[in-house]
Design a protein around this ligand. Structure first.
Ligand code: NDP
Ligand code: 8X3
Length: 257
């Protein structure tokens, strides 16, 4: 097993859902946590929670909008010296907007999804991988989705963004061949987070999506992320495709009533 004790794990979008659960799961491994999101108040609250869980939590939180490439490069370049050697990058920040036919979509929603899910992932990865190569160790783990495997109605651009994540992670793996840096795509189906509330811009509608079904929980996904990161260093987990037992693919669900 690859111990992460004392190693820096950087999680984008740690203020909610999968990113938040992943921060807690890596803290349990004794990792040092570098956490960003736009909602800094949420990160401060999480850091407080981690302090209650651990005797000596080592957490550094900062505000970052991954859609802004200048901010990504400047903020990461100016991290305190002791927080720069990222061992594991978790590209988790992401979102969907809307569930309507493509020809009825608001193009601003396309920008938000593409700028976050694709370009945000690219800029953060581009900034951090050279250091991993130079130090001779690193791991890039990105959030894909069943949506990147099979497109569903109303999800053309979100699904495209996750299909892009799949291609980017495959390309990164090819480009890293011969280098001691691993790359993994974690591809869940429905996970009960704020994802649907953000998609619909409606808390009630978002919550209802997870009724009459047993969805994956953020902790299930965090567990898979930690699994990939803690394999021996010669083991590269390419993808983990995972759903609740109530989901067969992007469109087939077992609703309980
Ligand atoms: P949540 O909405 O609960 O969390 C999304 C996180 O992303 C938040 O912390 C949010 O923080 C952050 N984020 C969004 N935009 C930005 C941005 N521009 N800059 C920085 N951080 C940002 O959703 P999930 O936890 O479900 O989603 C996490 C990832 O998992 C996403 O990539 C999503 O596509 C993927 N996924 C989700 C599934 C699901 O069913 N829930 C299934 C498969 C994949 P803040 O708003 O504070 O910036
Ligand atoms: C999130 C899962 O099916 O809502 O990627 O797109 S889904």
């Amino acid at each position: 097993m690859n111990s992460l004790r004392g190693k820096i794990v950087f999680i984008t979008g740690a203020s909610s859902g999968i990113g938040r659960a992943t921060a807690i799961a890596f803290a349990e491994q004794g990792a040092r946590l570098l956490l960003c999101a736009r909602r800094i108040d949420r990160l401060t609250e999480l850091a407080r929670e981690l302090a209650a869980l651990q005797s000596e939590p080592d957490v550094f939180t900062f505000r970052l909008d991954v859609r802004d490439p200048v901010a990504v490069n400047e903020t990461l370049a100016n991290l305190p010296e002791e927080w720069r050697d990222v061992e594991v990058l978790v590209n988790n920040a992401g979102l969907s907007r809307g569930l309507t036919p493509l020809y009825e979509n608001d193009p601003l929603d396309w920008d938000e999804m593409i700028d976050t899910n694709i370009k945000g992932l690219l800029h953060v990865t581009r900034h951090l991988v050279p250091g991993m190569i130079a130090r001779g160790s690193g791991h890039v783990i990105s959030m894909g989705s069943t949506a990147g495997k099979e497109t569903y109605a109303g999800g053309a651009v979100y699904c495209a963004s996750k299909a892009a994540e799949k291609a980017i992670m495959e390309g990164l793996r090819i480009d890293l061949i011969g280098k001691p840096v691993r790359s993994t795509s974690i591809d869940p189906g429905m996970v009960e987070t704020e994802f649907a509330q953000v998609r619909f811009r409606d808390e009630d509608k978002g919550r209802k999506l997870y009724q009459n079904i047993t969805p994956l929980q953020p902790e299930d996904v965090a567990d898979a992320i930690v699994y990939a990161a803690t394999r021996p260093k010669h083991v590269n987990i390419h993808t983990i495709l995972m759903t609740t037992i109530d989901q067969a693919n992007s469109t087939v669900f077992n609703r309980h009533s």
